[in-house]
Write a protein that binds this ligand. Structure first.
Ligand code: SF4
Length: 183
């Protein structure tokens, strides 16, 4: 990466906890913006890719057609694509629905669940503007090629920092035991 590398990030079927962990590098965020520039990302609020990026960081897996579209867009626009956190790597918490038939999930969420407002006439939303829900939640590497995985829920901020600085400086990554976790 000859010039300052460009980084883009996205949250698909995730809770934004992985992005919060990225921000948990605290004052090192000032060092990070000396090393990289951010393009499309919830951090910058840039909605569309403005240029080809060096590194794409993905939080969350794919639970609907919009997630798949967005992930493919990141693959097309980023030279290196990184799955950040368990939801991106394995589907995470949203994938708990994978063992349940989709119709049963929809009925529980919108018709029969304890949080359904019985005062209204409950319906399963079916507006054509809504993204199509997938049969199950897919980890990112089952949809596009992923180059690196950063484990954790959420991944440790120091691990994210070490990974990013290693990637942009080309040094070897020294994995510290205390930064690695898989839950
Ligand atoms: Fe949230 Fe954990 Fe999923 Fe990250 S891995 S999006 S912190 S649930």
């Amino acid at each position: 990466m000859a010039n300052k590398p460009i980084v883009a990030t996205a949250s698909l079927a995730g809770c934004f906890g992985c992005h919060m962990s990225l921000l948990d590098i605290d004052e090192r965020i000032l060092d990070l913006i000396q090393l990289v520039e951010f393009d499309k990302s919830p951090i910058t609020d840039i909605k569309n890719f403005e240029r080809k990026c060096d590194i794409g960081i993905i939080e969350g897996g794919c639970c609907n057609s919009e997630n798949v579209e967005n992930l493919k867009l990141f693959r097309k626009n980023c030279n290196i694509l990184v799955s950040l956190g368990e939801c991106a790597i394995m589907g995470g918490l949203p994938a708990m629905r994978n063992g349940i038939p989709i119709q049963e999930c929809l009925e529980e969420a919108y018709l029969n669940g304890v949080t359904v407002d019985v005062g209204d006439e409950p319906i399963i939303p079916n507006d054509e503007e809504l993204p199509m829900i997938l049969d199950r939640v897919y980890p990112c590497h089952e949809v596009v090629k992923i180059d690196y995985h950063i484990p954790g829920c959420a991944p440790n901020a120091d691990l994210i920092w070490d990974f990013l600085t290693t990637l942009v400086t080309g040094k070897d990554l020294e994995l510290k035991y205390e930064t690695l976790k898989y839950d």
